[in-house]
Write a new protein. Structure first.
Length: 399
């Protein structure tokens, strides 16, 4: 069974407060329960409407293996680095190395090309204040890799800073965006990537103040789009930094090879979401959780029970979206059946589970620059996981 996206999205309303209406979105669903922050948020929001999704997805068992190298399903898994502390953001470099941010230490570490198993600190973001889900979060880099961007929490707000990169050390952080809400210990968003248009896409959370997601004047509960210098990108739908609204806590962003933007989003007590993002669209939180069928909001393309997902990182590789699950402790592959076939590609295949329970909580997944595989970071030292020998680690996945 497949879920179909609308082959033609409706035109966007000109009003800043208007929502995008869309039809024909079906949900791919897995059976299960709760998200990364369920214990922190308590009872479900009583104002939120939820509806049973209209499709069911299959769940495949993860494969078995031995030693540092394992095969789960049709994936080969090799250990790249161990001994990291709460890794969160990751930038894979053209030379084969990587930069990784640690949420709780506020360090940025280089996993050197040719010797990634010996990480070394190349910067510490002193202004970052880790507490709960806050701290040093996402990383992104400009295409020339001369500038690295970091998203982090301070006592007042969430900020984005730019740092020069010479291949050995990062320069001093220079704040280019501030004022992103940070009024709680959870729901900070924090994922960033530079899109094919050269602009910086940033996910933010509503920090537990759910109405921020629907407030067009707030940067909370949104996907934002900036220039890499920190100015609102030209052509944004509302004339400011807001690209889409009505989000609870997006922690995964990815572009597919058709140039479409996708986002993975934490639900509250019922449904986690995978959304296809369009400029000016309203994704419904806190009015709707999961598939609500409300004409003024865009329904997700796929939903999961929160215990099976609690999604964080998202990547596109080998014709599929790959979604890292924290509480679900597995990597979800969502085939884009029509990806790469040109205009009108609109099918999303059934999600398939990989590595279920093999490595614990999975935080970040990123595509290798040459397209040969993925790097995947665990998140067992973040205070919510069971720490295993070698945690936290980075794994390389290939087929």
């Amino acid at each position: 069974m497949t879920s179909r996206l609308p082959s033609r999205l409706p035109s966007r309303p000109a009003s800043r407060l208007a929502a995008l209406a869309t039809t024909g979105l079906l949900a791919a669903v897995l059976v299960g329960c709760g998200d990364e922050d369920t214990a922190a948020t308590g009872e479900p929001n009583p104002a939120t409407r939820t509806a049973e999704p209209s499709a069911t997805a299959s769940e495949e068992p993860a494969g078995e293996g031995e030693g540092a190298r394992r095969t789960g399903e049709d994936l080969d898994v090799a250990e790249v680095a161990t001994g990291l502390t709460s890794p969160w953001g990751m930038v894979l470099l053209e030379d084969g190395g990587a930069l990784v941010s640690e949420r709780d230490t506020t360090d940025i570490k280089l996993l050197p090309a040719g010797d990634p198993g010996r990480p070394r600190v190349v910067a510490t973001v002193e202004a970052a204040e880790p507490t709960g889900e806050a701290g040093l979060l996402g990383l992104a880099a400009t295409p020339d890799e001369r500038t690295v961007l970091a998203y982090y929490t301070t006592a007042e707000d969430n900020r984005i800073a730019a740092m020069s990169w010479d291949g050995r050390r990062l320069g001093e952080p220079r704040v280019i965006v501030d004022g992103i809400p940070a009024g709680a210990t959870y729901h900070h968003g924090g994922r960033m990537l530079v899109g094919p248009d050269g602009y910086l896409y940033v996910s933010t959370g509503e920090t537990g103040d759910v109405e921020l997601a629907q407030d067009p004047e707030s940067l909370g509960g949104k996907i934002l789009r900036y220039t890499v210098e920190g100015e609102p990108a030209p052509g944004n739908p509302f004339g400011d930094a807001v690209y889409s609204l009505g989000h609870r806590n997006v922690q995964g962003l990815a572009f597919d090879d058709e140039g479409r933007l996708w986002a993975s989003e934490f639900g509250d007590a019922s449904w986690d979401e995978l959304n296809l993002i369009e400029a000016g669209a309203n994704y419904g939180w806190p009015r709707v959780e999961g598939t609500g069928g409300e004409p003024e909001y865009v329904d997700p393309v796929a939903v999961w029970r929160t215990a099976d997902a609690s999604p964080s990182g998202l990547a596109f590789w080998d014709g599929s979206l790959w979604m890292a699950a924290l509480r679900g402790q597995q990597l979800w592959e969502v085939p884009l059946d029509g990806a790469g076939s040109g205009a009108g590609a609109d099918e999303v295949g059934q999600p398939v589970s990989h590595l279920a329970g093999e490595y614990g909580r999975l935080r970040t997944v990123t595509t290798l620059p040459d397209g040969s595989g993925l790097w995947l970071a665990t998140s067992n030292t973040d205070g919510r996981g069971d720490v295993r020998d070698g945690d936290d680690r980075v794994l390389e996945l290939t087929r």
